[in-house]
Design a protein around this ligand. Structure first.
Ligand SMILES: [Fe+2]
Ligand SMILES: [Fe+2]
Length: 322
């Protein structure tokens, strides 16, 4: 069943909050010097990620035509700006000893504008795949693991409110995946005027630039922190498994971009092709080889086929509380 946009819009209006709602009154839990430096750095970077997310929802809003969706995306832009403010406040809260000055990661500074530019020039469908993946990985897996690791009152109270917002974001992200892969949307695209060669070149140029910055960014701001806060890699692999499962949905799997990604993955796993082109493939897909392996089994796939996009979104969020 498709999403009820009226209900979603109602939730977006109702569940707004401010930074004053988080409780920073209790002192931060005691941490080693090493942990404190790492945690303050992660919250500093999280502020940047949230601002990037807000820029992406500006783009989603620009492409939306349904007035309810426009207002929903507008509220997501506000949500993400608020999350950035909260991340900054948490960075200050855990910076108990002022061991050093903290700057947002330089790879993120390069990646963020390249990502926004790529999203602007890619087709809405591809742009949405990247946004959905980004939200699952960075917001669901990283924030959840960070919360487990910090495990104190201030962080917990902030994450609870952030998670409530993210549950709306993920639900709408999945709804958009369903929309862009629906037979109606695909059919309408066939009649739409084709992009000029120049526009297509511009889009591929921006995609290439984004992927070039994606690897060092993901390494520094996602994979390295995850090594500390999710040492068994359980959440990391679960999150990637969710991303892979969306692409097994028949309508999604038929889309050219997803088909392209899906053929890349077995190439990477192939013993000879992988050895020859591995580095090049990683550059194209823009991710870490650890997550390119198939992470789901036949039973997972069969379940995903039976579920609606709404249910898939719900289950992905359920991971946060597992
Ligand atoms: Fe967020
Ligand atoms: Fe979000």
């Amino acid at each position: 069943m498709a999403m009820d946009l009226d209900r979603m819009l109602h939730k977006c209006r109702r569940d707004q909050w401010t930074i004053a709602d988080i409780d920073l009154s209790k002192p931060a839990r005691a941490m080693s010097r090493e942990d404190e430096i790492a945690i303050v750095q992660y919250f500093t970077d999280m502020a940047g990620i949230e601002m990037l997310a807000s820029a992406l929802f500006v783009e989603q809003k620009r492409r939306a035509t349904d007035p309810r969706l426009i207002e929903i995306f507008e509220s997501f832009v506000r949500d993400e700006v608020r999350h950035a403010q909260v991340a900054k406040a948490l960075a200050r809260h855990y910076d108990v000893h002022a061991y050093q000055a903290y700057e947002p990661n330089p790879h993120m500074q390069k990646f963020a504008p390249a990502f926004v530019d790529a999203i602007r020039h890619l087709t809405p469908e591809i742009a949405n795949v990247y946004i959905t993946t980004g939200e699952i990985l960075l917001d669901v897996a990283l924030l959840r693991s960070l919360d487990d690791f910090v495990a104190d009152h201030a962080c917990g109270s902030a994450m609870k409110l952030i998670n409530r917002d993210e549950s709306r974001h993920i639900a709408v992200d999945f709804h958009m995946v369903e929309h862009y892969s629906s037979p109606e949307y695909v059919a309408a695209q066939k009649d739409a005027p084709r992009r000029s060669l120049r526009e297509a070149a511009r889009a591929y140029g921006s995609l290439f630039k984004m992927l070039r910055h994606a690897r060092p960014f993901l390494q520094a701001v996602f994979f390295e922190p995850m090594d500390l806060v999710d040492p068994t890699h359980q959440r990391l692999l679960e999150a990637f498994k969710r991303v892979q499962l969306i692409s097994t949905k028949p309508n999604v799997a038929r889309r050219p971009f997803v088909r392209f990604m899906l053929t890349m993955q077995p190439m990477f796993r192939h013993p000879i092709l992988g050895a020859l082109f591995g580095r090049w493939l990683i550059a194209i897909i823009g991710t870490d080889p650890r997550v390119l392996v198939k992470l789901y089994d036949d039973e997972d796939e069969a379940r995903a086929q039976r579920m609606s996009f709404d249910e898939l979104a719900e289950e992905t969020l359920g991971l946060k509380y597992a």
